[in-house]
Design a binder for this molecule. Sequence first.
Ligand code: GCO
Length: 466
Amino acid sequence: MTFVFPKNFTWGVATASYQVEGAIHEDGRAPSIWDAFCAVPGAIEDHSSGEVACDEYHRYPEDITLLKELGVNAYRLSIAWPRIVPLADGKVNSKGVEHYIKVLDALRDAGIRPVVTLYHWDLPQYLEDQGGWANRDTALRYGDYVHALAEAFGDRVDTWTTLNEPWCAAYLGYGNGIHAPGVRDYGKALSAVHHLNLAHGLGALAVHDTLDERAKVSVTLNLSACVAQSDSEADRMAKHRNDLLSNEVFLGPMLDGAYDPEIFDVTTDYTDWSFIRDDDLKTIRQPVQCLGINYYSSTHVKGVTDPAECERRRNDHMQAVPAQDIVDALPPEGELTDMGWNQEPRVLTEMLVGLAKRYPGLDLMVTENGSAWKDEVTEDSSAPGGRIIHDPKRVAYLNHHIRAIADAIEAGVPVVGYFAWSLLDNFEWAFGYSKRFGIIGVDYETQKRIWKDSAYRYRQIIQEGI
Ligand code: GCO
């Protein structure tokens, strides 16, 4: 039976500024932590950077045409903070603002709703020089930046997403250091967690205060989809510990107004959390109209019980997240994507069902979902540009995961939208251009866009359901 999605369902594709824009020296943009990180030898697998990327900064009109051809009604893009506030003096760069106003207006003219991420990891380097997310001041600066955006963009934005995946920004950035700024310090990672939470609250406040309480605010989390390998006490404890540090550290303050005290108990080796100030939790918990979820794969875990092994793991920065000494992530199983990730769409359904139970009435939106595969280009004179990419595995992944969302909706979960990651192949962070997530391919030599079967399939699902 075909599942037909509700008429007003949001169908979109997502990108992020540093991954697609390029033009890093244009119109007064300042360096971001990713520019600096890419210059560190060995940081990026293929030694590349976002200097050119998909040249989206210049090619957005052409890419908006692609959006129309895909038949999506929304586009999730992010704003590059270093374009808006390039200097430590905090002044707004009108050229940066004007660029995004042109993009937002072009989207409106195309009938496509902009779902705007205000922070997708490209922190201005001058803020990192003062300690980055481990420094409270960064959250305050973020509040000012969002205030400026709310004033400048006004009603051009459909949904204001404060942060994308603070888990990655905090733990990959400051925990195991595989993302910018490349710091390996669990104490700093936890203080980054808190300051990102604070930034979320200040950003939400800035939007609601500047515009109107009805302005739609959301935040996008990549909640860890963790499955205990068995029902044993140790395995259940491992899942619990993982969920505490990966999920509860964000959900608790943002949506419930508190950190679970157990978080403090299990992180005493790394911090005393004295960076939490009076009223922070009040600031962090703001009304959100929608919760964004990014889902790619699941992780199965088992418990570690040997004390010597726990001790060894305690300061093992191979793990992004601190206090994972009792958590052993098992090797993924089944057919793995080019990222080495498993495919377990039912876990997405379960996560959505669980969230709907916990937060009744809160709209949920899958703001990223997709898969990387090794693609091959085929000459085909009937295809646009004479080339096409047949990507049956990406098509299958898309089918299974959109079906998983349909299952959640059938179970009564208010999932209001889906965004495929990504519109285009792009700069995949520490992997550079070696991983391709696009439903439209990019020939980086010529910047030509190449349709993949998955793009055609997505268009069909949007029209017909699944
Ligand atoms: C993410 C990121 C994306 C990645 C994608 C694939 O939010 O993790 O938003 O930028 O490219 O997840 O790894």
